[in-house]
Design a protein around this ligand. Structure first.
Ligand SMILES: Nc1ncnc2c1ncn2[C@@H]1O[C@H](COP(=O)(O)OP(=O)(O)OP(=O)(O)O)[C@@H](O)[C@H]1O
Length: 358
């Protein structure tokens, strides 16, 4: 049985749905991210798990207990917020031990436990500092230790790294994951940062307008997106307009050039579809005998560090191709005609209504 379960959960604010039809099972020790754009209902769902918001409909179960109507302080969940939310008048140890004090844990045990957590979040020696004497990253470590102090059954993190600069964000991200694994604590992590979700999670829940769009492992979400929305939201994507050339043979035409996709189409010849292609699946050199080939004009080349991004104009459309940055690589001049190669298997053809809507 799953450790955390949301069944038919919905939340309405007035007449507006913030979350609807939300069904999810999370296993014990699993790290699950809620990923989606602004206003898609991530925080509201997290707050319902925490008990800060009550669902308009549906049930929430943690362990063997239905917590749908249980107040937050009785759910044994730890929560970390984007803005740290530490008590400014309490020092580091007092902040960490706050929940234990409220729970009536004797002072000696409290201090011992706070000391252990300080160690875990690498803040030894900072016990007597006040929040204003700490950096953002240090404050967030205190917030994490405070959330863990009550030995929660579920850890809920709401964009905990978004206020920090890039380097600290990366470091703390790794620390959170390591700590989560060490403690084996079931964790829900809210983020709008796809890289964060991909690198941290056992599974990702992609949300859109209050609904779940797809649930899957990072690899499933990246390589096998359920919709054009998911494909576009995660990673960089070429969305090529094409039309069906031969439905039964799975052939499409892109700017008058025929490609093979390996599938068959329900739409008739001449109908518009969209081909989703990841830039790293494309190449300027033929890698397999049966690769597809599109001819175009090189418009520009951008150095992104380890990656070089080539932009090639095919008809009216721009295709991006990512290659590793090889210093020996010869860069052809802009304006030159080049060929873009890719295997059938790299093509994901979207025939759904989103394509018609553009
Ligand atoms: N207390 C509230 N009263 C009324 N509407 C609310 C309330 N809280 C959230 N909403 C609305 O519910 C929807 C979902 O909000 P939510 O904060 O869950 O989104 P989110 O995905 O976390 O977005 P963000 O990434 O911007 O934080 C939004 O349309 C929001 O305006």
């Amino acid at each position: 049985m799953a450790f955390l379960e949301l069944t038919g959960v919905q939340k309405k604010f007035g007449k507006q749905f913030a979350v609807r039809d939300f069904n999810l099972e999370v296993q014990k020790g699993e790290f699950v991210s809620f990923l989606g754009g602004s206003g898609c209902g991530k925080t509201t769902t997290l707050r319902m798990i925490a008990g800060f918001e009550l669902p308009t409909a549906g049930r929430i179960r943690i362990g063997d207990r239905d917590v749908s109507n249980v107040p937050p302080n009785r759910r044994r969940v730890g929560m970390v917020f984007q803005n740290y939310a530490l008590f400014p008048n309490l020092n580091v140890v007092q902040n960490i031990a706050f929940g234990l004090k409220v729970a009536g844990v004797p002072v000696k045990t409290r201090l011992e436990q706070a000391g252990r957590l300080l160690d875990m979040v690498h803040l030894d020696g900072f016990q007597n500092r006040y929040p204003h004497q700490l950096s953002g990253g240090q404050q967030q470590r205190v917030a994490l230790a405070r959330a863990l102090a009550i030995q929660p059954q579920v850890l809920l993190l709401d964009e905990p790294l978004s206020a920090l600069d890039a380097k600290i964000r990366l470091k703390l991200r790794q620390e959170i994951r390591a700590l989560q694994k060490e403690l084996g604590i079931t964790t829900i992590y809210v983020t709008h940062d796809q890289e964060e979700a991909l690198s941290l999670s056992d599974r990702i829940v992609v949300m859109r307008e209050g609904r779940i769009e797809q649930v899957g492992t990072p690899a499933q979400i990246y390589h096998d997106p359920a919709s054009l929305f998911v494909a576009s939201f995660i990673g960089t994507l070429n969305r090529l307009r094409a039309e069906v050339a031969d439905p039964a043979a799975g052939r499409l035409a892109v700017a008058g050039q025929v490609i093979r996709t390996g599938g068959v189409f329900s739409r008739p010849k001449g109908e518009p579809v969209c081909v989703a292609l990841r830039p790293e699946r494309l190449s300027l050199e033929r890698r397999n005998d049966d690769d597809n080939c599109l001819s175009g004009i090189l418009s520009h080349v951008t150095l992104l560090g380890a990656i070089v991004r080539w932009s090639v104009r095919v008809g009216e459309q721009e295709i991006r191709i990512d290659t590793f940055n090889d210093p020996l690589l010869e860069m052809p001049p802009a304006g030159q005609t080049v060929r873009v190669y890719f295997p059938e298997a790299a093509c994901r053809v979207m025939e759904d209504s989103e394509v018609a809507a553009g």
